[in-house]
Design a protein around this ligand. Structure first.
Ligand SMILES: Cc1ncc(COP(=O)(O)O)c(C=O)c1O
Length: 461
């Protein structure tokens, strides 16, 4: 944390944002042309609401290594990396070669292939959970994991962390994000709030939320739910939150959660869609040494191809093995994704690759912190392996409430624009973080750090 931080002039931040918006628009005329055509047939001109940008999105044509290229001819160092999918970097030669070979052998049979169980063997070893199934996205992984946990326990209630994102299915689009929720209720009894329309109230009420980094509060809520006859089937959580920037678990928190869930017969699911692969070969399980009953993976698993996975103990997966739960999907474990995942795990995400990510991330963290301290700029950097962010915050963020209270949202928006205009892209949204790739170099870090220093100097005037 910077010592003696100075106050931020919000008027100046707004003026800078206006200037940077204009500059971005001046330099992206082709994107605007494409948007006008795209939005006639494609809703908002994009394939996911998370790809929208006001007044129009920037369209990209290709990527290579640590760089992506916009249709407007701009080369950009990619710290967005597909919301954290591309830790291998774009068009990694080993993955490209594998995909080419696999294409020529056929890409989809809906019949098992050898790569799928070889990938499962790697994951079983890395995540210390013996049994796996594959799906096609993070949402599918968390949806099926919750169903399995419900079947295993014979219970229906889901417990999650307030502010945590686990995908776009009904069970978990509850009490998350940074929408204007108004009153979220008291800390020991947060409301279950729908994230967007179209989700039945009965389903919303089946998911309760508790604060991150507060094990006693979790246990108290569990005990109350049990008293009300709503014992939770599972606790689904990120071991390190990656959807409020990056929030690391405080020492002892994860072990306490492990002990509480075990005591109450609740299935503990670590959603490692973002932390898995990106923070270590064995994700948060390896980094923090706490083994849950289930793990969900997606994003970086298949090096840029759609994929997801669910891992669990023998006992929990017995409900699938016995045929009690239908865990199914036409494209699940498709040969193309499985081949790419195998190459990624065996040839790309090597111990050397993680060492390289740690080196680059340490540089980014220490240099951004040094700039903050030099100028007395409010905020601090937090990160783990390929992931991190500069928290534009006046105090430490440990959970959703402190995030909302301390984070300067206008600065987050300005930083995104400012970076875009200086050849650096970060994932948009105040809740996002950077993801490095194994193909990033010191030059990418220099670009980021230089843009950050210029931003700090300009904001402070
Ligand atoms: C922790 C976490 N879980 C699940 C998901 C959903 O993954 P997908 O978008 O592949 O459905 C996300 C997506 O950002 C995520 O961050």
């Amino acid at each position: 944390m910077a010592s003696a931080p100075v106050a931020i002039d919000s008027k100046r931040v707004a003026e800078l944002a206006e200037r940077e918006e204009k500059r971005l628009e001046d330099e992206t005329p082709k994107s605007y042309e494409l948007f006008k055509r795209a939005s006639k047939s494609l809703v908002n001109g994009v394939s996911s609401t998370y790809q929208m940008r006001d007044p129009y999105p920037i369209y990209f044509s290709h990527g290579k290594g640590s760089k992506i290229y916009s249709v407007d001819g701009r080369e950009i160092s990619d710290f967005h990396n597909g919301f954290g999918c591309m830790v291998q970097g774009h068009a990694h030669p080993a993955i490209v070669e594998t995909i080419k070979k696999r294409c020529e052998l056929g890409t989809q049979f809906a019949l098992p292939t050898e790569d799928s169980f070889i990938v499962a063997e790697h994951l079983a070893k890395n995540f210390r959970l013996p049994k796996w199934r594959f799906v096609n996205s993070g949402s599918e992984a968390t949806m099926d994991a919750i169903r399995i946990a419900r079947a295993y326990t014979g219970r229906e209630q889901v417990l999650k962390i307030f502010g945590s994102y686990h995908g776009h299915h009904d069970y978990v689009m509850v009490s998350l994000g940074v929408a204007d929720f108004g009153d979220i209720g008291p800390r020991d009894n947060y409301k279950s709030i729908s994230y967007g329309a179209g989700i039945p109230k009965a389903v919303i009420d089946m998911t309760a939320a508790v604060p991150f980094n507060d094990a006693p509060m979790m246990e108290a809520r569990i005990e109350r739910l049990i008293t009300e006859g709503r014992a939770p089937a599972c606790v689904i959580m990120e071991a390190a939150m990656m959807n409020l920037g990056v929030v690391l678990p405080e020492p002892g928190y994860l072990q306490a959660v492990r002990d509480i869930t075990k005591k109450h017969g609740i299935v503990l699911i670590f959603d490692e869609v973002k932390t898995g692969i990106c923070t270590a070969a064995g994700g948060a399980v390896e980094r923090f040494g706490v083994v849950p009953d289930m793990v969900t993976l997606a994003k970086a698993l298949a090096g840029g191809l759609p994929s997801g996975a669910i891992g669990a103990t023998e006992e929990v997966m017995q409900v699938v093995e016995s045929g009690k739960v239908y865990q199914v999907g036409t494209y699940s474990g498709n040969p193309l994704s499985m081949a790419a995942a195998r190459t990624s795990l065996e040839q790309v995400m090597t111990p050397d690759a993680y060492q390289h990510l740690n080196y680059l991330n340490d540089r980014l963290i220490s240099e951004c912190d040094a700039i903050g301290a030099k100028y007395g700029f409010p905020g601090y950097t937090v990160g783990i392996s390929s992931k991190g962010c500069f928290n534009f915050a006046t105090a430490k963020i440990t959970d959703y409430e402190s995030f909302i209270k301390y984070q300067n949202v206008e600065l987050c928006y300005l930083a995104w624009l400012y970076n875009m205009n200086r050849g650096v892209i970060i994932a948009p949204g105040r809740e996002e973080e950077w993801t490095l790739s194994v193909q990033h170099t010191d030059e990418d870090i220099d670009r980021y750090v230089n843009a950050f220093e210029d931003l700090v100097k300009e904001v402070l005037g």
